[in-house]
Design a protein around this ligand. Structure first.
Ligand SMILES: Cc1cc2nc3c(=O)[nH]c(=O)nc-3n(C[C@H](O)[C@H](O)[C@H](O)COP(=O)(O)OP(=O)(O)OC[C@H]3O[C@@H](n4cnc5c(N)ncnc54)[C@H](O)[C@@H]3O)c2cc1C
Length: 385
């Protein structure tokens, strides 16, 4: 029977970077993926600088644009144009990014098998295309629709949002230069927003919101398109996907298994970004798995605590901002007109402020008002800070 130290199920950003880190530390890693690579994944492909700082290597070869300007509108009406002091976000395409990340993992020594069928029988036994594999640990990195969490009794208590997106070449989009700027249309989709993200030769256009918005997403996307003088049918590669958001009861690790990224529901509730969280959970997963393989600890439960310590303050603020924006969009938008609010937002996106509670002075006051609005709205999903 084949034997590895660790099996990682799913080769998105969480799985590949966990594989890279473990392989670099000389663990024998098997990275298994059901899709044939390169493959795309429904995603805006925006990496905040906060996320980029979590990467153990540069992704320069797959960067298509750099964001310094943000346009926010409320219900297709009043507009805020913000210029950040530095690049705050890198734009890529997931087909390119994910293939690049897998290449790094393989170069570091991980074995990659794509286009395979994986069954997780226990925290030490898998079957890959029916053939048994014995492992010292299992990392579930198989995203929002994965099988690992379910097979091993992990995850649970996850709230699923939904998003729908497509692409449009620049020449079909009226309105001048789109490079270097992202557009956020707030107050347009319950529990979310609409976006336009610039790429090398096209824009990515999408909408996301609460799970119950699923049947209405095409309409929300059509309305967004109409405001930019385009028709829904002009978008290519139209795809939808879940946005999984964990809650305090979500179980992230037990025994010799753990879940990372979307499989752990680690996505940020207010922005819908999940790549930062995928990379953070992958780093923590690699550290804790290595510690267990070396015999330092008996199981991976400390990973669960470490994820909560590192991500809960931001996730809790994210739930609050999401609820506040949903219930009091005008008040939140008014706060977003203040330069102090943008100083905090830039700091968060750059990874210089780890969560809103760390802001100082007037910026902290603005964040406290948003939290107060969330409380007023009864913020039902808020995780403990
Ligand atoms: C429309 C949309 C737009 C988004 N935009 C952004 C954005 O701009 N910025 C951002 O930071 N986040 C964004 N997100 C969130 C982001 O896409 C996810 O948080 C991120 O992909 C999570 O990475 P992951 O590695 O955990 O999972 P995934 O990227 O989903 O990777 C999981 C992998 O597991 C594989 N897999 C699934 N099941 C199995 C199985 N049974 N066996 C083997 N392999 C399996 C899948 O094929 C996939 O390759 C967006 C999400 C959506 C839906």
């Amino acid at each position: 029977m084949e034997r590895y130290d660790v099996a990682i199920v799913g080769a998105g950003p969480a799985g590949s970077t966990a594989a890279y880190r473990l392989a670099r530390a000389r663990a024998r890693v098997l990275l298994v993926e059901k899709a044939r690579f390169p493959r795309d994944k429904p995603c805006g492909g925006g990496l905040t600088v906060r996320a980029v700082r979590q990467l153990p290597f540069s992704i320069e070869p797959v960067v298509e644009d750099r964001i310094t300007r943000t346009r926010c509108r409320l219900r297709y009406g009043p507009k805020i144009e913000h210029q950040s002091p530095r690049v705050v976000c890198l734009m890529t395409q997931r087909r390119r990014l994910d293939a690049f990340l897998v290449e790094q993992a393989v170069a570091a020594g991980a074995e990659f098998r794509d286009g395979v069928h994986v069954a997780v029988d226990s925290e030490t036994e898998l079957r890959v295309d029916g053939r048994p594999v014995e492992v010292g640990a299992v990392i579930g990195a198989d995203g929002a629709n994965g099988i690992t969490a379910r097979s091993l009794g992990l995850g649970g208590a996850i709230v699923n949002g939904v998003a729908l997106e497509g692409n449009l070449p620049y020449e079909e989009l009226p309105g001048g230069s789109w490079h270097g700027r992202l557009v956020l249309e707030l107050g347009t989709v319950p529990g979310g927003y609409g976006w336009i993200f610039p790429k090398g030769d096209h824009v990515n256009v999408g909408v996301g919101g609460w799970g119950d918005q699923g049947p209405h997403l095409r309409r929300h996307l059509r309305v967004l398109c109409e405001h930019y003088g385009i028709e829904l049918r002009q978008l290519s590669d139209l795809r939808g996907h879940r946005l999984p958001m964990r809650r305090p009861a979500t179980l992230l690790a037990r025994g010799r298994a753990l879940v990372v990224g979307d499989a752990a529901g680690a996505l940020d509730p207010v922005s819908g970004d999940g790549i930062y969280e995928a990379l953070v959970t992958a780093r923590l997963a690699a550290e804790h798995t290595l510690e267990m393989l070396r015999g330092g600890v008996a199981g991976l439960e400390p990973y669960d605590t470490a994820v909560r310590r590192e991500l809960d303050p931001l996730a809790s603020a994210g739930w609050g901002a999401k609820i506040a924006l949903d219930r009091y969009p005008r008040a939140v938008f008014a706060l977003m007109r203040l330069p102090v609010t943008w100083r905090v937002l830039d700091g968060l996106v750059l990874g210089e402020v780890s969560h809103p509670g760390e802001a100082r002075g007037a910026g902290l006051k603005a964040m406290q008002v948003i939290r107060g609005l969330a409380r007023l709205a009864g913020s039902p999903h808020m995780a403990p800070a």
